[in-house]
Structures are given as structure tokens and as C-alpha cells.
Design a protein around this ligand. Sequence first.
Ligand SMILES: [Ca+2]
Length: 426
Amino acid sequence: MTSPIRDRQPTRSQRPTGSPRPTRSRPGRPGRPGRPYRRIVPTAAAASALALLLTGCGFGEPDDDPDLSPPQFPTPTGRPTESASPPPPEITGAHQVIASGLEIPWGVGFLPDGGALVTERDSGRILQVGPDSTEDGLMVDVVQTVDGVNNAGEGGLLGIAVSPEYEADGWVFVYYTTGRDNRIARFQLGEPPEPILTGIPRSGNHNGGQLGFGPDGYLYASTGDSEVPSRAQDRDSLAGKILRMTVDGDPAPDNPFDSRVWAYGLRNVQGLAWDGDERLWATEFGASGASARDELNLVEAGENYGWPEVEGIGPDDRFRNPVVEWTTDEASCSGAAVVGPTVAVACLRGQRLWLVDVTGSGTVLGAPRPLLAGEYGRLRAAAVAPDGSLWITTSNRDGRLNEGPGPDDDRIIQLVVGGSGGAGRA
Ligand SMILES: [Ca+2]
């Protein structure tokens, strides 16, 4: 069953200029942080999907194309992450649909009350999902539509980040494509977004688009090469980079090149996530063709990740190799999130979630494990909620699912995180 999406966009007369959107009053209910979702009732479709999904160590379903080479993983060389007590949380595989009827959700940013702001790529809408719920799942309200979004190709309203100081400043940051560039804007809900960085090269594809606040409090953004691969190696271009900036869009202190550039040599990064050691992980889309490789990279300041000189793991020590590489058929991963020692990446073409256990020295422990393979179609966003659960969104209304979207698409899926009770964070 698809729950209706309510339009709750405030008019100017309803809210004083400059004031943050008031938090919905929730008398008599437990407060954050870590408050579990108490009123989530799965949809009928989700109820049947609630069965545990066993997480084997294989590579999931056979590739659609039998001619593709098998997955290639680096040989594990690192020591295991030292085990803490209690053990770190683990993604158990239990999952349920918590919202449905969305249209190409792209970015997820959690609010202090446990609800989330979710962008829709093509509609330019910002939805608030939860924390309130109905018998059909979490309540979904349209809270704003961003003007000026150009949704041609893979562009549109992409990443969203909620200020770490949201309760004080009410700031929300979005990354979106216009007719002439990609840009990052800041605003309080209900107000027009004010650009803090413009001129990120745009194109039909390879627009990057992820936003996230690092543990250092600075805003990171991922950009694409805008279909001009040489821009990824040009440190004076904003294309093909991971950027690090202040909330005003200025280069953050101690950036490696006295600019906004944090890392370069990237083709199209749509996933950023930090682990408990404050290390940044990033997904990377490979090109097409038999030699194409998607990547999971450990991102460090000033490093060159190789595109377009090298794709995947190569022998040239001028470039940082990915920690994991995949063929594009089994991956093409967009969003990333970290739960305990596990980096979870949500894959579009691969239609699965890859779980990658990483070590304290930044290598992979064992083989990546697939989850949700083929169950929900194309997977886009991955984000850790304040309660420690993992949210994954589908991207089945983007015209690229062969069989077309289902009646409940697009959906948000919640995965249970076990272990210590859910201490993970995005
Ligand atoms: Ca690379």
C-alpha cells in the first residue's frame, strides 16, 4: 500500500522570515537521542519482506552477463579491527519498508527528532519522512520545493546535509543542478536556498552530488568529472573532486591545495561516509566496458585517486588504489554509510547493498557481502539514522529499471542493526 504524500510546504505568511521550521511537538513521547521507532508499522508488502535475510559470504546472484569477469577483490592484508567491548553493531539483515510512493529519492539528512529530510532528484522536492507514522509506515510530508533545479539526465536535486548545529541555526544544505552549473546552497526550511558555492561543472551525467558534515565539522561535497575526464586531474577545477569547505562555502583551513579541493582524480562520487576512526570512505562509479571498475576508496587529504589515468586497482604509485573494486554490473554504487566496522554501499545497477568490513589499518577483512540482492531493485541512498538503524532508498522511477517501477516505488527500507544496540552513525 502506498501512503499518500502530504504537501505541507509553508507559505511565507505562515512563518516569520528567518526562523527555523518549528519542530513538531511530541508531548509525552521519549526524546532523542537513540529513541527507537516505536510506532513503525510496516506496509503489507513489507510484512512479507520482514523475514531475515541470511548474509552469506558468496557473491549473490550470478551476473546478468555471463561474459563479465568475476569480481576482483584485494587480498586482505590488514589486521582485524581490535574488538571493543561490547562488540560493535552489526547489520543483521532484517529489514522492512518504512516509506513508499516517493519519486527518485536521492539524499537523506536526519533531523534531531529522528525524522529525515529526503530530496527527490527530478521533482526538486524536499520531503520530511517521520518520525511520525501511520498504519502505512512513516509519515511523508512535502516541506519544500527547490526552485531552479534542472533535472536533465542524472542531475537534479541531489545531496542534502543537516547542520550539526541544526537546533541552533536551522540550516539545511543542498547540492543541485541548474541550467548552468551544480551548486551548493544553504537555507532554513521555507526560505529560498542561498548559494554558498556555484560553478561546479555540470553535465547530463557525472554530477556527483553528495554532501556530508565530517567529524571535523566541515562540509564535504563530492563532484563528478562532468563528462570531461581531464578535469578530474586538474586541481584548479571543481569537477571530479571531493571538496571540503566551511558553512559559508569557503575553503576549510588546512586543505591541501589552498583551495576547496580535498582529494582529486575522481570520476563520479555519490557516496561519502565516515567511520568511527573519522576516516572518510567514498564510492566511485566506473566507466562502461569490460575493463570498467567501480571503487570504494579511503579518502585522504591531497591524494589522487587516478581517474582517468587508471581505473580500479593499478600498479602506478602516483595514484591511490581503491580498497575494493567491482565490475559495474555487480555494483555501480551510489550511497555509503558506516555501521561499526562495516561500510555499506547501496548499488544502482548492482541492485544490492555491499557490506565491506574494514580494518583499523584501512584494508578489507574478508570478502564483501551482498545484502538485499535483487529484492528492491536499484538502491541509491544509504544513511544511518539517529537510532542506529540503516536507511536505504530505491531509485526505480529513474527509468533505468528494465521491468519498470513497482506500485510502491520508490521506497525507503530500514535495516536492523544489532550488536551493541545501534551506535552507528553516518
Ligand atoms: Ca580510482
